[in-house]
Design a binder for this molecule. Structure first.
Ligand code: 4NP
Length: 163
């Protein structure tokens, strides 16, 4: 995807994707929604998230992620769903959190145009943070969740600035 061609697009449709859709991608959805709301620009942005896995379909985000996000003023109310091939039609950018998510999306993409919509989250994160993926916090402690939120804050701010 040529990000420059999306600048100022109305609407701009963003889908964040991780494995379970209960930690990283719903957090990214919540972080970006707050950033664009702070800018008074919510109407232009359609922001959603999905998982490559199906274990948690129908559930709210992981309670630990909800607590860590809430401390930053971010309420996570997404209901878990699995990514579908239709998402490549319904979204302009599909943003995986790590290389496993990216490979799964690449396998699902129905066309060369769809493949171009996949841009890894780490591409938007400040290089000084020295992460080339968003690490899965599911088996980690509080620091893992805070790290994810720090990386997502950086990436979502840069994404919002670009578009
Ligand atoms: P997420 O984290 O991909 O950031 O939502 C995970 C959540 C659940 C599982 C794995 C990762 N799980 O195996 O159930």
């Amino acid at each position: 995807m040529d990000l420059a061609s999306l600048k100022g697009a109305d609407p701009v449709r963003i889908l964040f994707v991780c494995l379970g859709n209960i930690c990283r991608s719903p957090a990214a959805e919540g972080v970006l929604k707050v950033i664009v709301a702070e800018r008074g620009d919510s109407a232009r942005w359609h922001i959603d998230s999905a998982g490559t896995g199906r274990w948690h379909i129908g559930q709210l985000p992981d309670k630990r992620m909800r607590i860590h996000a809430r401390r930053r003023g971010i309420e996570l109310d997404h209901i878990c769903r699995q990514v579908t091939v239709d998402d490549f039609e319904d979204f302009d950018l599909i943003i995986p959190m790590d290389s496993d998510n990216e490979q799964n999306l690449r396998a699902l993409a129905p066309s060369p145009e769809a493949l171009k919509k996949i841009v890894p989250m780490a591409k938007f994160v400040d290089k000084a943070m020295r992460y080339d993926y968003i690490p899965d916090p599911y088996y980690e402690s509080a620091e893992g969740f805070e790290l994810v939120l720090d990386l997502l804050d950086s990436g979502c701010r840069n994404l919002a600035n670009m578009l």
